[in-house]
Design a protein. Structure first.
Length: 288
């Protein structure tokens, strides 16, 4: 930490600034906001917090093989993994990240770097049973059994199929989401599926039509073949589709109430997320 402090001393924010910010928040937004700001103070992590606040919008990297700028789209999932509600650019977030890094055997510097994210990405991918199947050389050809989603339940009355057990788990999850999150209850489209089971033939046809096979946007062996994967509506940025992988679209989706609730609660119902696609959720076949 001493070396980090020397490297970043030029941009370190005096600790007294956090006190001023907490006071302003208390005056403008009430005691709750002030308490939240105070809870996210962590002496010794100011410099790391400053770096994270900057890289949040400027980091040049390619965590999923495509060039990206910034890591804001992944901040909700990271915060959940770190068990912190502190903003990504706060001292509290940096401290929580450092504790996680130490547990992972990484340099505990509190900095969200590509190396730190890679450890998180690997863990996230390992939670997807489909990834383990593909790694073992097993690309499913078709689902064991599928059922149609009633058009009234799908987004835009689309034709969607999935494994009956996955659909049952999805219905339980949506019911809980609407009961627990007012913003989801107020949006009749929130968490509706717009894609589920896709046959190998359909996947191959889409690969050819879109000129992308075995890439980020279109995988040669897709989790949708299992019938356990559902693309759920979590909102969309103006001018983009509900499954657009464009950076502005993914950034917008990651900030919606629907995605935030899923990140925090989908695991209760056995669902895991493919981090690059905020809308893509896979049922693991069980709740934890």
């Amino acid at each position: 930490m001493a070396q980090l402090g020397r490297r970043l001393a030029a941009i370190a924010v005096p600790a007294v600034l956090a006190v001023v910010v907490a006071g302003v928040l208390g005056a403008v937004f009430g005691a709750g906001a002030a308490r939240a700001a105070e809870a996210c103070r962590a002496p010794g992590w100011t410099a790391a917090a400053e770096v994270n606040a900057g890289s949040l919008e400027t980091l040049a990297w390619a965590p999923f093989g495509r060039a990206e700028t910034g890591w804001a789209a992944y901040a909700p999932a990271l915060s959940h993994a770190l068990a912190t509600r502190c903003p990504p650019g706060s001292e509290g977030f940096a401290a929580a990240l450092a504790a996680w890094q130490e547990r992972e055997g990484l340099p505990a510097d509190g900095l969200m770097t590509p190396a730190a994210f890679e450890a998180f990405r690997v863990r996230s991918q390992a939670a997807r049973p489909f990834v383990a199947r593909v790694a073992a050389g097993d690309c499913p050809e078709t689902a064991e059994v599928i059922a149609a989603v009633p058009p009234a339940e799908a987004l835009g009355d689309k034709a969607v199929w999935a494994h009956p057990a996955a659909l049952a788990a999805w219905r339980r999850m949506v019911a809980a989401a609407r009961d627990e999150e007012p913003a989801i209850a107020a949006d009749l489209d929130a968490l509706r599926p717009f894609s589920g089971y896709r046959s190998p033939t359909l996947d191959a046809a889409r690969c050819v039509a879109e000129g992308n096979c075995d890439g980020i946007a279109r995988a040669r062996c897709s989790a949708h073949r299992t019938g356990m994967a559902l693309d759920l509506y979590v909102g969309h940025a103006e001018g983009f589709s509900a499954d657009s992988t464009a950076a502005p679209s993914r950034r917008h989706m990651s900030g919606t109430a629907a995605y935030g609730w899923l990140v925090a609660n989908a695991g209760r119902f056995g669902f895991v997320n493919y981090l690059f696609e905020p809308w893509h959720w896979e049922w693991t076949g069980r709740a934890p």
